[in-house]
Design a protein around this ligand. Structure first.
Ligand code: NI
Length: 225
């Protein structure tokens, strides 16, 4: 499932992020990539230990925890501390698949990556290229969102970022370990949950069919968790 979450950050929050990120020193992105990805990755990243990365990352995590659409779609168990990257001067990230297991920064603990997230921090007209291309069952989907918008996609999918030939593309990216690792199961739960929300608005919480479908949702969740 590929889903976009509009305006996770509003425009003034985006500006605050960008002002702070503009003060930071970026480093070569290839050093954090897996062996396969290293050869195709040409961008810049903020060090995980950078205080700005940590402070802005925490703002994102707080927003996500309160976002019903995100919670419904990702069913998050653990979230990798958000990272930040920057593409300019032809910077690109060729086709790759994200590692299934990632060590949390400064820890021996690993999380399983089920859902990948990119939060765009630049407006699409500020740079040329920089499309996130995600391969799915229905072909390649091209994603280039407004600043403050976020896309979620299965970590199992092959994806790439096309070269940024003018301007710069700054984004935050991270991974989610979901309570439900399988994308098709997670998608069914999401569709069911969204439908229940819609009919609850029409019929109310106490309606017998709403109660019954809510029970089906939780019993499926229990089965797949
Ligand atoms: Ni990736």
């Amino acid at each position: 499932m590929l889903i976009t979450i509009d305006q996770l950050l509003d425009k003034s929050e985006v500006q605050t992020f960008r002002d702070q990120l503009a003060q930071c020193e970026w480093e070569g992105g290839a050093r954090s990539a897996g062996t396969l990805a290293q050869t195709v990755k040409r961008n810049q990243q903020l060090n995980d230990a950078h205080p700005t990365a940590q402070a802005l990352g925490n703002i994102i995590l707080r927003k996500l925890a309160q976002h019903p659409l995100f919670v419904s779609a990702a069913l998050p168990r653990r979230i990798y501390p958000p990272k930040f990257n920057r593409y300019s001067d032809g910077g690109t990230y060729g086709a790759h698949v994200d590692s299934a297991l990632m060590f949390l920064p400064h820890s021996n603990e690993q999380i399983r990556t089920d859902v990948s997230a990119t939060l765009f921090l630049c407006e699409p007209e500020e740079y040329t290229g920089g499309e996130l291309e995600i391969e799915g069952h229905f072909g390649v989907q091209t994603v280039k969102l407004a600043a403050g918008d976020m896309v979620l996609y299965p970590s199992s999918s092959l994806h790439r970022v096309t070269p940024v030939t003018t301007g710069a593309r700054v984004a935050s990216f991270f991974w989610i370990e979901s309570h439900v690792s399988d994308d098709s199961e997670r998608t069914l739960l999401f569709d069911l949950d969204q439908s229940i929300q819609n009919i609850t608005a029409e019929l109310g919480h106490q309606n017998a069919s709403v109660l019954s479908l809510t029970s089906v949702y939780h019993n499926l969740l229990r089965r797949w968790i």
